[in-house]
Each structure stands twice: as C-alpha cells, then as structure tokens.
Design a protein around this ligand. Structure first.
Ligand SMILES: NC(=O)C[C@H](N)C(=O)O
Length: 339
C-alpha cells in the first residue's frame, strides 16, 4: 500500500508497566515508544505509525505538570490533518487522572485512545503488546471517530469519564463507577455498543502553564476523622479539595465543620465517596451529605474523586474562585436530586 494511503496513528509514550523492566530494586519504566511498537507486532501492519516520548516514568510519580505535557502533546497531534488517531501509553495507577484531563479538554473528531499493561514486557504473559495493538487499531478505525477519549484495556473499551482503577493486580483493573463498558475488541476490530454521556458541551480549555502549580487535595473520611487535614490543606494554600466521604457522601460532623470553614475561606469543596462504586446523594443530616451541601460543598454524583480533583483544578485554572464555584455548581446540578 502506498505510504500516503496508510492511516497515520501517533503513539505518545509516557512509561508505566507497559514500558517497565524488572530489576533487583523493583520494576521501573524504561522502554521508549519505538520499543513498544517493535514489541507490538504492528510493524508490518497497514498503518503508518509514529512515536513520541513524553516521559518514561511510572505513573505514580506524575504531577500536574506531567498532565499538562501529555495534554499539549495530544492536542498538537490531534490538530494535525495527517493524523487519523492518537494513542497514549500510560501507567495504570493514575490512568484515570489523565483520562479525565483529556476527556475534559479534547476537541474534534480524532480519537484518543489510552492503554497500558498490568504485566511488564519482560514477563512471558505480558498484556502490553496486545493492549497496544488493540489501542492502535481502535485509534485507526472509522468507528472510533468522533467518540473522543477512551481507554482500551484487556479487550474492553472503557469511557474516559467515570472509569477508574478498581483492581490492583487483575488483568482487567478498570471499571466505571456506575458500571459497564462502551465496547469490546472482536478480533482486530473495535465494536462499540454504547455511547457514554461524556462531559460533552461542558468541555474546558486546555490547562494553562500555571495549572502545574495549583493545589487541589483529596481528603479521606474515616471513623475519628477530624478537620485537621482539611485545615492543613487550606493552610498549605490549596484552592480546592475533594472529600472521599463515607458511603453516599457523608463526611462526618467534624469534617463538615472544616468544610464550612474552608468554603468561607474561599476553597472549592466537592464531595464524592470512598466506596468503590455508585453515586453520592443528599440523604443524611447530622454530619451527612445534606450538611455538607449546606456548608457549601458540591456533591459529585458518580464522578470518581480522583477525576473530580482534575475537574476542580481545571475550573480553578480557568477563572476566579467565584467562576469556578458557578461552573462546579452547573457541573453537579444533575446529581443534586439523586436520592
Ligand atoms: N500497571 C501499571 O502501569 C502500574 C504502574 N506501576 C504505573 O506506572 O502506574
């Protein structure tokens, strides 16, 4: 096939287990995008493959600056007319944050497909080459066009928004908080059977340079939790915080007091759940979600706390605290009456 007829897919490599090699001091990311493509068995395919290296790191070391770098590389690749699809290889530990920032900011028809691995390429049963082949074929397919950002992993196609790592070692570690995948790989081709209700029109601007310096913290509720960690977050200069509250979004009375104080001090506060699935809802008073809302917090419905943190950071990045508060209010309106 002539070079000009072959579909071009850009593979942006960032590290993770898919790029890791074992050593006496533990596994570490080291393979480049080009090496991943060599191992994938896609070399002789009818696709025109190009690789870029953004980082060679395990994703548990990423900070907001790394997300900015990934976002701008993806935005640049998707703006190119010669590019049919984009793949990002990434560690699974913080895949959900990168899925979130890309889902919230991606524009246009070019599909963006993230993937990774649970077993490194020096293990006999590594899932990396297969996942990468599936991701590249999805990015190159007609059926993925206009579907935005997605995660192809373990033969499943997941929505970007709402999906998080739920299993530490399983070969399918990802799940949506409300359940379900949007498609599956059948043979070499992606088959989509549902369309997620994505952030849609609520798309946000790409992160600014200052995004990397923002501070949005996550605070966990637990029996005996007081407001000390949220107070410390405020004192450290955080612009916002996401509370991983008990059950359906109940922070507990001490944390509710701290939320009230933090909101008065200008922090953006959102409440999700430390439970692994489902939505939060205003059901309980006496330290529950009803009181958290009265204290000025926003309930996150089924948005995972890790992804909500990225949403808050983008909102703070793009306007004043008041504008961010109004935008978060709009974002969380559909979840207000979930009881
Ligand atoms: N499976 C993985 O990719 C985990 C890995 N350690 C990471 O970079 O997140």
């Amino acid at each position: 096939m002539a070079q000009r007829d072959r579909r071009r897919v850009v593979v942006i490599a960032t590290g993770g287990t898919i790029a890791s090699r074992s050593s006496d001091s533990g596994a570490r990311a080291q393979d480049t995008g080009e090496q991943l493509l060599e191992q994938s068995g896609l070399e002789d395919s009818e696709l025109d493959l190009e690789s870029q290296d953004i980082a060679v790191t395990n994703s548990f070391n990423f900070d907001l600056g790394d997300l900015v770098a990934i976002c701008s590389a993806v935005a640049h690749a998707t703006s190119r007319e010669d590019v049919h699809g984009v793949v990002v290889t990434h560690g699974t530990d913080t895949m959900e944050e990168t899925l979130a920032i890309l889902a919230l900011t991606h524009r246009g028809e070019t599909p963006v497909v993230l993937t990774g691995a649970q077993r490194s390429p020096d293990q006999a049963d590594s899932d990396g080459p297969r996942n990468l082949r599936d991701a590249v074929r999805t990015a190159a397919s007609d059926s993925a066009r206009g579907r935005g950002v997605m995660l192809v992993f373990g033969g499943a196609i997941h929505a970007a928004w709402g999906t998080s790592k739920q299993q530490t070692l399983a070969m399918q570690p990802f799940e949506h908080r409300s359940g379900g995948v949007i498609g599956r790989m059948y043979g070499h081709a992606p088959y989509f059977f549902s369309t997620p209700e994505a952030p849609g029109q609520r798309q946000l601007q790409l992160p600014s340079e200052g995004f990397a310096r923002l501070r949005v913290d996550c605070i966990l509720s637990y029996p005996g939790a007081d407001g000390a960690l949220l107070e410390a977050s405020l004192a450290a200069g955080a612009q916002g915080a996401v509370i991983a509250a008990h059950g359906a979004g109940n922070p507990g009375k001490h944390l509710v007091h701290a939320i009230e104080h933090a909101v008065e001090a200008g922090m953006l506060i959102a409440v999700g759940s430390r439970a692994s699935a489902g939505a939060v809802a205003p059901i309980y008073g006496g330290g529950g979600a009803v009181d958290a809302v009265a204290a000025g917090a926003h309930l996150l419905g089924d948005i995972p706390v890790t992804q909500a943190r990225i949403l808050l950071a983008l909102l703070v990045d793009q306007g004043t605290v008041e504008q961010a508060r109004a935008a978060l209010d709009e974002w969380t309106t559909p979840f207000r009456d979930l009881t």
